[in-house]
Design a protein. Structure first.
Length: 326
């Protein structure tokens, strides 16, 4: 796919199972005119129309500000995987079943006559952090986004490491316990099955059910175990709930085991954690650093900064745009 050069504006697009977000991104990674529109996943044409609608909304907003609309030089899209980042074809995403071997990049490029890049959200978020965010100034960056799942990206010298076929970087599906719970990917004991938002909520529900302990977590859920979310665990921890602290400390330990292997494999210059669950775990970053030598053979592991991501809810927009900058 065509490389975008220069300092013009870019449109970053974040495609999810229920929404499409888009925004205008300048050469410094600053986002303006963020837009959100519902994602229609009932058929391929409807899904494409939702993406076009979001892009058109950003272009219309940019057009009202002189000097922006005319200098849009590319469109970058975070799309659900599996996909082929070299061709921009979305292969068979579970949460968008209407897109099967769908040439997303080619379709969007044909409509707007602009270069288009497509990649998954973990890779794109890592690149945005490397270019403009918490990883700026570091040569080799490992970034993990911890939310509904755990998406990761590896950036070497401002370029995403894609592997042989474009499928590399699935760090969320590294197994840390082969006897562990089954992950949505089908494997057992992936870090995603232990430390994602739903995994945190599941462990909280199980712990309350097993011990019958009173907890602010259950109060937050209105007494319903099936309504517990990771956000409730985070709020309970902030209110001083002991069980919530135990759950988050345990999550931090799981992440420490995992990050120890990441360091031994990659030895990156920096490790960045983003996403809603990572924000909740920020008070435990020092604990992760302190325990890292127990789970890592690299004697310099504590020299590697572990920091919070710069981009929050708009990481996908920044990430999409970042795809066009390298």
């Amino acid at each position: 796919m065509t490389q975008v050069s220069g300092n013009g504006y870019l449109i970053g697009v974040d495609v999810g199972g229920t929404k499409v977000a888009a925004g205008l991104v300048n050469a410094d990674g600053e986002i303006t005119f963020p837009m959100r529109t519902p994602m229609a996943a009932n058929n391929a044409a409807a899904g494409l129309a939702a993406v076009i609608s979001a892009i058109d909304a950003v272009r219309a907003a940019a057009h009202s500000h002189p000097g922006t609309d005319g200098s849009i030089s590319g469109i970058g899209i975070c799309a659900p995987g599996p996909l082929d980042p070299r061709t921009g074809i979305v292969i068979n995403p579970p949460n968008l079943p209407a897109w099967r071997n769908f040439p997303l990049a080619a379709e969007i490029s044909k409509i707007y006559s602009l270069p288009v890049r497509v990649d998954n959200d973990g890779n794109a978020a890592a690149l945005a952090e490397a270019l403009w965010g918490a990883g700026r100034g570091f040569r080799n960056v490992f970034c993990a986004t911890i939310g509904t799942g755990i998406g990761t990206g590896i950036v070497f010298d401002r370029h995403i490491y894609h592997g042989r076929t474009g499928a590399a970087g699935e760090g969320g599906h590294m197994t840390i316990d082969y006897r562990g719970p089954r992950c949505g990917c089908g494997k057992r004991g992936c870090i995603e099955a232990f430390a994602s938002g739903p995994a945190i909520a599941r462990r909280a529900s199980e712990r309350i059910a097993e011990s019958n302990r009173a907890s602010t977590i259950l109060d937050e859920a209105g007494g319903r175990l099936d309504r517990i979310t990771s956000e409730m665990v985070g709020r309970a921890y902030a209110a001083g709930d002991p069980l919530a602290k135990e759950i988050l400390q345990e999550t931090a330990l799981f992440l420490t085991v995992w990050l120890g292997s990441i360091v031994d494999l990659l030895e990156p210059d920096v490790m960045i954690l983003g996403g809603g669950a990572a924000s909740m775990l920020l008070p435990f970053f020092d604990e992760i650093r302190d325990q890292l030598p127990t789970w890592c053979v690299n004697s310099h592991c504590q020299d590697i900064p572990l920091i919070s991501a710069h981009y929050g809810a708009d990481a996908g927009i920044a990430g999409g745009a970042a795809l066009c900058r390298t």
